[in-house]
Design a protein. Structure first.
Length: 259
């Protein structure tokens, strides 16, 4: 399918690996030029060069921590006027509700709520002026079905979801569509980290922990960054112009819900 976005320009945050990389590659495959961001310069540049060589698109890189005001300023200076924004940041650490204090919550809010909002506020007005834009926020299945050990993520990402619900409906008439993409467990470093925690807690191997977790997913497997990225690319396409303020689950059926 021709996504109709060849020649557009996208900012993809946290895109040197994992789900962010999957999104960047899928957009590049559709002919979109990229501004890519991550904290680690070496991994970021290696991924960017792979995308340049493979898809022949223009790729600019900005190595910074996008969850800080300085990092956002660096990124926005290079990004300029983009047509597509993919918001993404690593999730906060797991734990019990008794583990977290105010500083932990502020850090989670900065990373998973306030940073996406800051980038939306900076970039969406230009999209509205030009009459076309797409924003996809990578959040989590936990906004539909909270995960007890991910209370920091539950709280911050649900806050972003509420913000998007209202904002998306205010900008849709200008041709700008804002939606959220909610991953379940995918085969990324995040899954490895969660499985490592279970393995240590239960005294089993990481492989056994992964098998145990996969058994709870109706699809009986983890998702892949490639299929996640292509779903994101569709949400950024010309064909998604009537999708406004939606929360799209990509979780292998993990959330047991009718709506």
């Amino acid at each position: 399918m021709d996504l109709g976005i060849k020649g557009k320009r996208a900012l993809v945050c946290a895109s040197s690996k994992g789900l962010g990389r999957g999104c960047a590659e899928a957009l590049a495959e559709a002919g979109v030029n990229l501004v890519m961001n991550a904290r680690g310069a070496d991994a970021l540049e290696a991924t960017a060069q792979h995308i340049r060589d493979t898809y022949g698109v223009i790729v600019q890189t900005v190595a910074c921590d996008v969850t800080t005001p300085d990092g956002q300023a660096q990124l926005l200076e290079v990004a300029g006027q983009v047509d597509i924004l993919v918001n993404n940041a690593g999730g906060p650490p797991p734990g019990m509700w008794t583990d977290w204090d105010r500083d932990d919550f502020i850090a989670a809010l900065d990373a998973n709520m306030l940073t996406p909002i800051a980038l939306i506020k900076a970039l969406v007005p230009g999209m509205m002026d030009r009459g076309w834009g797409r924003v996809v926020n990578i959040t989590s299945q936990s906004v539909k079905a909270p995960i007890p050990v991910l209370g920091l993520s539950n709280a911050a990402r649900t806050g972003l979801t509420g913000y998007v619900a209202g904002t998306s409906r205010q900008v849709a008439s200008a041709g700008v569509n804002i939606n959220n993409l909610l991953p379940g467990i995918h085969a990324t470093d995040r899954a490895t980290g969660l499985d490592s925690g279970v393995a240590a807690q239960q005294g089993i191997s990481i492989e056994e922990a992964a098998i145990q977790r996969q058994a709870t997913i109706p699809a009986r497997r983890y998702g892949t960054a490639t299929e996640f990225g292509r779903t994101c690319a569709f949400m950024c396409s010309q064909h998604a112009g009537f999708m406004v303020g939606q929360n799209i689950l990509l979780d292998g059926g993990g959330v047991n819900s009718t709506m």
